[in-house]
Write a protein that binds this ligand. Structure first.
Ligand code: FAD
Length: 310
């Protein structure tokens, strides 16, 4: 279970507390604030705070004194212009803070996004929960034969059952040894008074990478869009993609005009190299161009055709 009853009660209590503000708020975000979106088998993502909205992007771009009186369609047009021309700083002036619970191997990919502020749950100070990510059977795929960083067909039958058993048994065994080395009960008292117990900062090194960790993660809208563009992409690993997809959903509630422009100009857009453009111009002029006559490598050729949906 991603959240205990006590944690859910804390969230409910926080949602009961209201404070007046002169700052603009987004009703769709207020409705989501603090609520966890459950992801994978024990993970979640929840918005803890946010600053700014679509109008704040426009306000920053115009360096306005107030919120302005222009029509929503004019603001959306300006946001699309900024996105199209990579005038990115107005997007940096909106910020968001998340609480994320995620497997350690996903956290290792996520932490590579340096343009954020992070505070992780301390496994030097506290004991990690007995919670491991075990993939759903439909995510249990073989190594891809064509892409060294990708997945192939889903494992089935005895092999799938064996892999799931191994993942569960190894994680459980390592956690049991972790708990044994710590020699602590739930209140921090020794289980066996005759043993000192190993320090938490050392005992944790025995845990498997599918153990869940948690952090608070704050970033600005520009860098969040960069994160989503890389991690919601079909080439990203499924386990981080589910978090990026959940963030995309939040973006659509928070900054709908910016999210729509982002989907159009970044997520839905493709890049063609100069060489590819030369080939495309030849094709549009009616010439039959083959890979051999294109000057493109086989890989680039198939990537170009893939971008064209062929
Ligand atoms: C599909 C995929 C596969 C990957 N495979 C690997 C892999 O095999 N091995 C591996 O190590 N990583 C891998 N990565 C991680 C990748 O190389 C990036 O580290 C990660 O995506 C973070 O991107 P970023 O640096 O642009 O983001 P951020 O750290 O958020 O930075 C955003 C931007 O700020 C600028 N910036 C930030 N810090 C600096 C700096 N110190 N110097 C100069 N500019 C800076 C850059 O313009 C950067 O694009 C992979 C990522 C993806 C999406």
């Amino acid at each position: 279970m991603p959240l205990t009853d006590a944690q859910l009660a804390e969230i409910a209590a926080q949602r009961e507390t209201q404070s007046a503000t002169l700052r603009p708020t987004v009703p769709a975000m207020e409705a989501r604030l603090y609520h966890p979106v459950e992801l994978l088998d024990h993970g979640f993502l929840r918005v803890i705070d946010y600053m700014g909205d679509d109008a704040a992007i426009v306000q920053a771009a115009r360096v306005s004194y107030g919120r302005g009186t222009r029509r929503v369609s004019e603001d959306a047009g300006l946001i699309r212009y900024l996105m199209r021309h990579r005038h990115s700083t107005p997007f940096e002036l909106c910020e968001i803070k998340f609480h994320v619970k995620l497997p350690i191997f996903v956290a290792r990919q996520w932490i590579r996004h340096r343009t954020a502020n992070v505070n992780e749950y301390s496994a030097r100070y506290s004991v990690l929960d007995r919670e491991f990510y075990i993939p759903a059977p439909e995510q249990l795929a073989a190594q891809s034969s064509s892409n060294r960083q990708g997945r192939g067909d889903v494992l089935e039958g005895d092999e799938a059952a064996r892999v799931l058993d191994v993942l569960r048994e190894d994680a459980t065994r390592c956690y049991d040894h972790y708990a044994d080395m710590l020699n602590e009960d739930a209140d921090g008292n020794p289980v066996d008074p005759a043993r000192a117990g190993l320090a938490r900062e050392l005992a944790r090194m025995n845990l498997t990478l599918n153990t869940y960790t948690q952090w608070y993660w704050k970033t600005d809208l520009h860098n969040l869009l960069h994160f989503v563009s890389l991690r919601a992409d079909s080439h990203a690993q499924y386990e981080i993609r589910v978090y990026a997809d959940a963030i995309m959903d939040i973006l659509e509630a928070w900054v709908p005009a910016a999210a729509a422009a982002f989907k159009d100009y970044r997520l839905g857009a493709v890049t063609f190299s100069g060489q590819m453009m030369a080939v495309l111009k030849r094709m549009l002029a009616g010439e039959v161009v083959t890979q051999e006559g294109s000057g493109l490598s086989k890989r680039e050729w198939s990537e170009m055709l893939g971008s064209l949906g062929k």
